[in-house]
Design a protein around this ligand. Structure first.
Ligand code: CMC
Length: 434
């Protein structure tokens, strides 16, 4: 590639006189991108990028990550400042609408969300179709997708009012759906949402409370929950968000798109990592076993990974992991847990990995999931709920990205191409001659 004009780049096919001039587009920060949309017309070639590590699939104004510097911005605001000073619903307003709300907008937004926390009574019956031991993520994929059967009046994605109200519905109902998945697992009555509580406190209420006893909300734990939700709210074009955008590009309704996002989040390389971290710590069991585990991780044939470490974009400490680590200590102190063997093990594992050339050379640092599981476990969540909580938080990011895409006049159906390496054309062989 070469290019004298900073706004374009020329690709020349060596040994021929064929070349293509492609525009270079610049964002407000971050690397510029080569616009390859005309490459096929000019050269008859596609680009090849399995895993999309070098491909910008869309233009977005929502979230920015500088992976080398360990920076995460929501609409320009550093995650550290939002974690310290904002609330989840204020952050949700920011992600969805682009700006922090003023007092009145904040109040209206909170009312708008909290007024939609109940789900249709008939939706309760969906849970009975699942085995009692169904994973909460299986329940969430099914029940979130089923929401589309309840709002026929607002499925027109081209109607801004429908988009607005469905954003409220999705953000508001996801904690109810997740908390009920847990209640269904353990056979306790479903608790209806309480709109006098804030978003995070209401989630903890629906999760922990039972009708037979008075429930006392713990403000320290509610704040920790709120913080966990802020940290997971959006993360630009990750696998689940890209799934939501791809599904949405076909014109599918937002409930179906979010169900697709939940399914994508479930994998252990993505949102399922927080559950996998606790499983891994349990398997390591004791600090003495760390060297053997690290040796296994480094052995290419074992396929073992240090879960909660490494990231496609961060080649530095994930800024969310630093905040999680701090919060972890605060939550354990609030709960009076002086010595948590899992935390001790995690701290030791992190220390060893951060000084091991294998991890240093590959720039593998703790990500958001390394400490979140320890906090959630201490707060009384079973490991199977960890990814479901991630899904509750990420719903606002998915909805924001979905809305941004639908409102983009240039949006087209997402349709990647391929490098075909299968058989060339051949004739059908009748079965008696095979
Ligand atoms: N443990 C051991 N080795 C690792 C790890 C790890 N956790 N992550 C990457 N590597 C190695 C990998 O084997 C490869 O080595 P080599 O160059 O010798 O072949 C190198 O580092 C690059 O790895 P990669 O698989 O090409 O990197 P990727 O960008 O495709 O994968 C990842 C990113 C997050 C999937 C990966 O780091 C991983 O599997 N981590 C563990 C799972 C995890 O914690 N996921 C949560 C991500 S953050 C929350 C979220 O986004 O949902």
């Amino acid at each position: 590639m070469s290019g004298k004009d900073p706004n374009s780049i020329t690709i020349t096919v060596e040994g021929s006189n064929r070349s293509a001039s492609l525009p270079v587009l610049s964002g407000t920060i971050g690397p510029s991108v080569v616009d390859i949309r005309k490459l096929y017309n000019q050269l008859g070639m596609f680009t090849y990028d399995p895993g999309y590590g070098g491909t910008a699939a869309c233009e977005s104004k929502i979230t920015y990550i500088d992976g080398d510097a360990g920076i995460l911005l929501y609409r320009g605001y550093p995650i550290e400042q939002l974690a310290e000073q904002s609330t989840f619903l204020e952050t949700a307003h920011l992600l969805l609408n682009g700006e922090l709300p003023n007092e009145m907008q904040k109040h209206e937004f909170e009312m708008g969300v909290m007024r939609h926390t109940m789900v249709h009574e008939q939706l309760r019956q969906f849970y009975n179709g699942f085995r009692r031991d169904a994973h909460p993520m299986a329940l969430m994929c099914g029940v979130a997708g089923a929401l589309s059967a309840f709002y026929h009046d607002s499925l027109d994605i081209n109607d801004p009012e429908s988009r607005r109200i469905n954003a409220f519905r999705l953000i508001a109902k996801m904690p109810t759906i997740a908390a009920w998945a847990h209640k269904y697992n353990i056979g306790q009555p479903f608790m209806y949402p309480r709109n006098d509580l804030d978003y995070a406190a209401n989630f903890l209420y629906m999760f922990h409370a039972v009708p037979a006893e008075t429930y006392h909300s713990n403000p320290v734990l509610a704040r920790a929950m709120d913080l966990i939700l802020i940290l997971h709210a959006d993360h630009e074009q990750n696998a689940s968000t890209s799934t939501v955008r791809l599904a949405g590009s076909t014109g599918a309704n937002p409930f179906a798109c979010i169900a697709a996002g939940i399914a994508s989040l479930w994998g252990p390389a993505h949102g399922g990592a927080n559950e996998a971290v606790l499983k891994m710590l349990g398997e390591i069991g004791h600090k003495d076993n760390i060297p053997d585990f690290i040796a296994k991780v480094k052995d290419k044939h074992s396929h073992a990974r240090l879960m909660g470490f490494g990231h496609r974009v961060y080649k530095n400490y994930d800024p969310r992991a630093k905040i999680m680590q701090r919060t972890c200590h605060e939550v354990l102190a609030e709960l009076g847990i002086k010595d948590d063997p899992l935390l001790d093990l995690a701290v030791e594992l992190e220390h060893i990995a951060l000084h091991d050339p294998y991890f240093v050379e590959r720039k593998l640092y703790p990500n958001v999931d390394f400490y979140s599981g320890i906090i959630l476990k201490a707060m009384g969540f079973p490991t199977s709920m960890f990814t479901a909580i991630f899904a509750v938080a990420r719903t606002v990011g998915w909805v924001s990205q979905w809305r941004e895409m639908i409102e983009d006049p240039e949006v087209r159906i997402g349709r990647p191409r391929q490098l075909y390496t299968g058989p060339t054309q051949r004739d059908y062989v009748p079965i008696d001659r095979r």
